[in-house]
Design a protein. Structure first.
Lengths: 406, 552
């Protein structure tokens, strides 16, 4: 990542002295919310200045409560799937996975404003969630895409104390009516808010809001696919990343049942996971077993329930899709697969081992082509997911353009 | 309008006023030379492009990635998803319907053009003095959009007065150079007759019996070719007013590939003659026998001057035999007759060259007109409007072929310069005389001695023929071997199938690499044409010959 797209404003600008005729988005925001001062801070894209580090997609896994086997057969060791893999190819079985879902976001620090004695960051973001469809090996097209522009503000900006949602929706429509945005035909879709009482780093907090929104949008896409009856036992969806949506815990039982039902034909595939959190069904760390997982083997599936996701059980297992000798670390080439346990029977006995095998074999068959040379995570990437990610990223406004909206 | 893609302007490959790139689906079949149109929204106009290159790319950054993507080298591996790939096409801008020459914008729609638009794009619309020179096939592989349309060029740029001469190049057999020249000449004969303009043709038959029955119809011509002739607006008749001239020989056979019966049949119809060379009339052209002889010191030239000016005993000689005897005498040591400046050894060299040729029965004592005999000069001198004279030289040796060809050119030159004005009414002389000669490399290659009288004659025609009304249609295998002044003066060039070595020569430098490699793959009956009125090179086709084809 580079340090490009850092746009500097020349000086801080006091709102009170500012002529009202220059309606930049930031001026407008500060004015509308009655901010004491807009600092016109350095605008930058978070993704561009952070030192890249491995982000485990299962960092929340710390809270896992180990239960028992996540599948009907109780396996004591890994299982070789090459026979199944070859069978699928030999009989020309249609690939199980037809839809591929990915979400990504770009977040930008756009300003610091003062409300009272406190300084709050204003963060903006572009969220892209998209789903691509594969009809045949040569036909890979867009199924759904949602590009969503957001601004994150402290809830404190609402000075009047009127209903938060109402206030910010009103502000949003005023922003969208700004001449500059109208001219460029750009729309913001939502103003998200963060609250200072969370006491975390406020910028992180704002970024987390955007992340949550992205997850929310992903869920909507899955729900839409289900509504259109596009997902079924012959056409599964691969969702890039974990399925453990923390928002699940807030849902009441009815909503939960519905969400769960939507995920009947969805498999979460995580590229990165913390190997130290891999535990066997007795709750012991099992990182070394995973490191030595042979090619085309899968681990036994384990049933987990996580507090973060509420009353939802997952079957989780790992599959090695690339030979260790070709990768940089023993954990590259291993994918973490997750599936939500939907029926009572599944919750009680785990997934049918046959289904686990079938999903794993199909995942193994997705191993090629690779994005070697264009993405460092090639060993863990599945090409259709990689394409979906590329497609979404191609839809973003450029960082410079986006930052200059403010 | 069927869309085929959109313009893509990238940092590395921007669109310019000369070219643009567009993407298409990988299963879209296009060919080089296809015309595409681009909507130009800024100027509300249409820009036309001709396809020059087609490339296929995927998101594979390296070959290594491809290797890894097949399970590290498993040849039998089939992936569930094929790589995202697409074709991108480089097109050369050939015009804009409103003459706006600004680069087309990124994202502009690219589509197939209609017939009207194709003609407009290629500069083929509203051509004055139209003469059909073949037909175009566009979007050949797209059944719904396939277009076939005749191509016309302005005849004033082919046979004068604006431009003249045609040069056809291509390898033997595969290029069908003769067939194309004949196709064009048939079109000219029909068109000029219709227009009431006068033109005449002199063709030299250099291969087998190729041109020895061009007034007869090709019985084996398929219906589809007949349809093409119809589409091109040409009749299904062969050449008209044709007469054939065979080299005289005593047994009728040794000097031609045509059978005696066939010649007799033609003679009965008053369209076949034998030609001879008579000492008294033709001795002036004896220099033509020396066109391939290096003569750095000019001794041969001195001898020829000595003979032509009638010095020594040459004044009193009337027959070739006596001429040879006289030369023989001069070759003897100690002869007292010759000019002192010409050495005996020079005379011996002269004799060596001429005696072989003069042994041919074509060099005879007199003409028997009742036996349908004539002289080349007579043939040319009396050529009439719309006539076709086919002169057979196929079986003569190379030296003799040059001699006959040289005689033909000199006679035409004299005719057009008014040498025979006292014998002919000027208004009866055809305005234009087209000479067709195959294997031009024998007479005008870069290897031919600079002193060659034939080369001088050809250069003269190439440079001055346009204004005199003498048009040279020439063909050769390798254009690069032809004298610069000859090919440089041709207004129209037709490139048939050739080989890779040839296209690497300087003559082909201006042609884009894709067209060059296309030249090495052209099918029989396909040509790439260059003419001043066309905006770019055109890939045209023409039907099989309409005149009788002798099977070998």
């Amino acid at each position: 990542m580079t340090l490009t797209a850092q746009i500097f404003l020349k000086s801080t600008v006091g709102i009170k002295n500012k002529g009202a005729n220059i309606k930049t988005l930031l001026n407008f925001l500060a004015q509308e919310t009655g901010a004491d001062k807009s600092y016109g801070s350095n605008k930058f894209c978070f993704e561009n200045i952070e030192v890249p580090k491995i982000e485990y997609e299962d960092s929340h896994q710390k809270n896992w409560n180990v239960k028992e086997s996540g599948e009907t057969l109780s396996l004591n060791s890994s299982k070789l799937l090459i026979k199944k893999v070859n069978e699928l190819k030999k009989f020309n079985t249609k690939p199980l996975f037809k839809y591929f879902l990915d979400g990504s976001r770009r977040t930008y620090k756009v300003d610091d404003v003062a409300y009272g004695n406190n300084i709050y960051p204003i963060v903006a973001g572009q969220i892209g969630v998209g789903c691509c469809k594969r009809e045949n090996p040569d036909n890979f097209t867009k199924a759904l895409i949602n590009m969503y522009n957001v601004i994150v503000m402290p809830n404190y900006a609402n000075a009047s104390g009127q209903k938060e949602k109402l206030y910010f929706n009103n502000l949003l429509s005023k922003i969208n009516n700004l001449e500059k945005l109208q001219k460029l035909n750009i729309n913001f879709d939502e103003i998200l808010t963060y609250s200072k009482k969370d006491k975390d780093d406020l910028e992180d907090l704002a970024v987390a809001k955007i992340q949550d929104k992205m997850v929310e949008l992903e869920k909507i896409i899955v729900a839409n696919l289900v509504k259109e009856k596009l997902l079924n036992e012959d056409s599964y969806l691969i969702k890039d990343g974990s399925l453990e949506y923390k928002v699940m815990k807030t849902g009441n039982y009815k909503e939960l049942a519905k969400i769960k039902n939507n995920y009947r034909h969805v498999v979460g595939v995580s590229k990165r996971f913390n190997p130290n959190l891999v535990i066997n069904k007795r709750g012991k760390s099992n990182a070394s077993l995973l490191a030595d997982l042979p090619l085309y083997h899968r681990t036994p599936a384990i049933k987990y329930k996580t507090d973060m996701a509420g009353e939802v059980y997952f079957a989780i297992w790992y599959v090695r899709i690339r030979d260790k000798k070709y990768t940089n670390s023993p954990f590259e080439g291993i994918l973490k697969l997750e599936k939500i346990l939907v029926t009572d029977n599944e919750i009680k006995n785990g997934l049918e081992s046959e289904e686990v095998d079938n999903i794993s074999a199909n995942i193994i068959n997705e191993r090629n082509p690779v994005c070697y040379g264009s993405d460092n995570r090639w060993a863990n990437h599945l090409y259709p997911v990689y394409l979906t990610e590329k497609y979404i990223k191609s839809q973003y406004l450029s960082d410079i353009f986006f930052l200059n909206l403010f | 309008m069927s869309l085929i893609g959109k313009v893509s302007a990238t940092e590395k490959n921007p669109t310019t006023i000369d070219e643009f790139y567009f993407w298409t689906k990988p299963n879209r079949i296009l060919s080089p030379f296809d015309v595409v149109k681009v909507e130009n929204t800024t100027t509300n106009s249409i820009t036309y492009g001709v396809i020059e290159e087609i490339s296929h790319i995927t998101d594979t950054p390296s070959y290594l990635t491809s290797y890894i993507s097949n399970d590290f080298g498993d040849e039998d591996y089939h992936a569930n998803t094929h790589r995202i790939g697409m074709n991108y096409v480089k097109a050369k801008v050939v015009g804009n319907n409103k003459n706006f020459y600004i680069p087309v914008n990124d994202g502009a729609k690219v589509s197939f053009a209609s017939e009207d638009e194709i003609t407009e794009a290629l500069g083929l619309k509203d051509i004055k003095n139209p003469l059909v020179c073949g037909y175009l096939e566009m979007y050949e592989y797209d059944e719904d959009n396939k277009k076939v349309l005749p191509v016309y060029l302005n005849s004033h740029f082919l046979v004068g007065p604006e431009g003249a001469h045609l040069n056809i190049s291509g390898i033997s057999g595969l290029a069908s150079k003769t067939s194309y020249a004949m196709f064009l000449m048939k079109a000219i004969q029909e068109e000029y007759k219709q227009r009431g303009e006068s033109v005449a043709f002199v063709m030299l038959n250099v291969k087998g019996k190729d041109l020895l029955a061009i007034d007869e119809i090709n019985e084996d011509l398929e219906e589809k070719d007949k349809d093409i002739y119809k589409m091109l607006g040409l009749s299904d008749k062969s050449f008209e007013n044709v007469s054939y001239y065979y080299p005289y020989s005593r047994d009728n056979l040794s000097n031609t590939y045509q059978s005696k019966e066939y010649i007799d049949k033609q003679k009965k119809l008053n369209k076949a003659y034998h030609y001879k060379f008579i000492y008294e009339e033709d001795k002036d052209n004896i220099d033509l026998l020396f066109s391939n002889i290096d003569d750095p010191t000019g001794t041969m030239e001195s001898i020829i001057n000595y003979i032509i000016s009638g010095q020594g005993n040459f004044n009193s000689i009337e027959e070739w035999d006596k001429f040879l005897n006289e030369v023989g005498e001069l070759c003897k040591t100690g002869n007292s007759r010759s000019d002192k400046e010409i050495t005996v050894s020079s005379w011996r060299k002269f004799k060596r060259v001429v005696s072989k040729s003069l042994n041919n029965p074509i060099f005879a004592n007199r003409i028997q007109t009742n036996q349908k005999e004539t002289r080349i000069e007579e043939v040319i001198k009396n050529i009439n409007k719309n006539e076709v004279k086919v002169i057979d030289i196929a079986k003569l040796d190379e030296n003799m072929q040059g001699y006959v060809f040289g005689n033909v050119m000199r006679a035409i030159y004299d005719l057009k310069l008014g040498q025979y004005d006292d014998e002919r009414d000027e208004k009866d002389i055809p305005d234009r005389i087209i000479i067709f000669i195959d294997e031009l490399n024998k007479y005008a290659s870069t290897d031919v001695p600079k002193s060659s009288p034939i080369l001088r004659q050809i250069i003269d025609i190439a440079e001055r023929g346009r204004s005199l009304g003498i048009i040279l249609f020439s063909a050769e295998q390798f254009k690069s071997a032809i004298h610069d002044r000859v090919k440089g003066n041709a207004s129209t060039h037709a490139y048939g199938r050739t080989n890779a070595i040839e296209v690497s020569k300087g003559d082909y430098r201006f042609i884009s690499p894709v067209y060059k490699s296309m030249m090495t793959r052209l099918k029989q009956g396909e040509y790439i044409i260059q003419n001043p009125i066309f905006r770019s090179l055109l890939n045209i086709k023409f039907p099989k010959p309409i005149y009788k084809q002798f099977k070998n």
